[in-house]
Ligand binder design. Structure first.
Ligand SMILES: [Zn+2]
Length: 415
């Protein structure tokens, strides 16, 4: 007999769920000397001292898992009955980053020997996989039958199709982000040209300048694919909130270079002929961290004060102020070229050069300065000149007439 269906099966998250999450996401080993609440100090091979730093990520995990609602179909079990089900899917994705979605769902739900008496509905299966991939990557993942309205759907990335692997899906989402409208991927030459442009303008993209000159505000986001996205209308730039999560991914990926562990943030970018294989690389995580710590908030006092104000106002992860690169970077990674985030950086630079008018006065002045208003002002000027000319002619005629009258009949001086 199947278990009774629950409306929000993941509404509660306890400390054990979070500990097992760290083990499954990043391969944290058990430690005989400590636990997550009382970690070893000064022991580099033990990971549990970083547990509390991940609180902002854990808060996000609690929020997104709490929202999971299964399908309520007779005789169909729900895809996620508890956190262990979700973490089993995370493990499956981590170990098979290049397997197609349909193979993975079959392996999880449909084959003999799975934990389910019968398969959950297709929509519920995909919902569970999208949640798992989001937790692993912090990228917005869209699957068929996602509960989004048309307006939201227009802003979201491609749907994760059944014949696409998780690694390929993430690579596509992040690589297409700088090419709104689904344009073609840039060629090698275009990318080189873009890199040169970005390195030319990068020094001028401090967050303080963007606020002062571009009148831009900053808003923290939980979605990695929204990082540095500019909303021109609102005057808002998105900043990815979870620095500690990215550093943990990079640490896990660095460990994976010398072991058989799998990770979605893989090592050096592969190339396939002319263009880079669409695959999420650790380079993306590095670009995001460097864009925050080097470009927007370099280590000068004023920039750091601004960053701290965003941490308190926008709930940015306090870990983004911590410059501990030697812990997670590989040799030669310190010099980052912004091949993923470059287009967004150029958007910010363009906004600095030609700020979008936002205040009422700015908008009024902008309207007045447009070409048709310049033409209108010229026409009004010409009419005014003609009018004044006619007026002075009339005054001249009247003066001449008065002088003529005086000449004809000069006033008598008899009186
Ligand atoms: Zn320990």
């Amino acid at each position: 007999m199947s278990a009774p269906l629950e409306a929000f099966p993941l509404r509660n998250t306890d400390i054990r769920d979070l500990e097992s999450l760290c083990k499954i996401l990043w391969g944290w080993p058990d430690c005989a000397r400590c636990d997550s609440q009382n970690p070893c100090s000064g022991t580099p091979d033990c990971s549990w001292h970083r547990f509390k730093k991940l609180n902002p990520f854990f808060d996000h995990y609690r929020v997104v898992t709490k929202r999971y609602i299964p399908d309520f179909e007779a005789r169909c079990p729900q895809a996620l009955r508890n956190h262990s089900d979700l973490q089993r899917i995370i493990g499956l994705l981590r170990n098979n980053p290049d397997a197609q979605l349909s193979h993975l769902t079959a392996q999880c739900f449909n084959l003999d020997g799975t934990a389910y008496t019968s398969p959950p509905t297709n929509a519920d299966q995909r919902r569970a996989f999208s949640l798992a991939l989001h937790i692993m990557s912090m990228v917005t993942v869209v699957v068929q039958n996602s509960h989004v309205n048309d307006l939201e759907a227009a802003l979201l990335p491609d749907v994760w199709a059944d014949d696409v692997s998780p690694a390929e899906y993430l690579g596509t989402v992040l690589q297409t982000q700088g090419h709104a409208g689904g344009g073609a991927f840039p060629s090698h030459e275009q990318r080189l040209a873009q890199n040169m442009e970005v390195s030319r303008v990068i020094m001028s993209l401090k967050a303080r300048r963007l606020r002062k000159i571009g009148k831009l505000d900053f808003e923290a986001t939980d979605n990695l694919n929204n990082h540095l996205k500019l909303d021109k209308k609102k005057g808002v730039v998105k900043l990815f909130r979870h620095a500690a999560f990215l550093k943990e991914q990079l640490l896990a990926s660095r460990t994976a270079q010398t072991s058989t562990l799998h990770t979605l943030f893989e090592g050096p970018e592969l190339t396939d002929g002319l263009r880079c294989v669409r695959r999420l690389s650790r380079h993306y995580a590095l670009e995001v961290l460097h864009s925050i710590q080097d470009v927007l908030f370099p280590p000068d006092a004023k920039s750091q004060a601004f960053l701290r104000s965003l941490i308190s106002e926008q709930d940015m992860d306090p870990d983004c102020t911590l410059y501990n690169r030697s812990e997670y970077e590989l040799d030669g990674e310190d010099d980052v070229t912004y091949k993923w985030l470059g287009p967004r950086m150029m958007d910010l630079y363009e906004e600095l050069e030609n700020p979008t008018p936002r205040g009422l006065l700015d908008q009024w002045l902008d309207r007045k300065s447009r070409a048709r208003h310049v033409m209108l002002a010229t026409v009004i000027g010409v009419f005014a000149a003609v009018f004044l000319g006619v007026l002075s002619l009339i005054v001249g005629i009247i003066q001449t007439w008065i002088a003529w009258q005086q000449w004809k009949a000069p006033p008598s001086h008899d009186a």
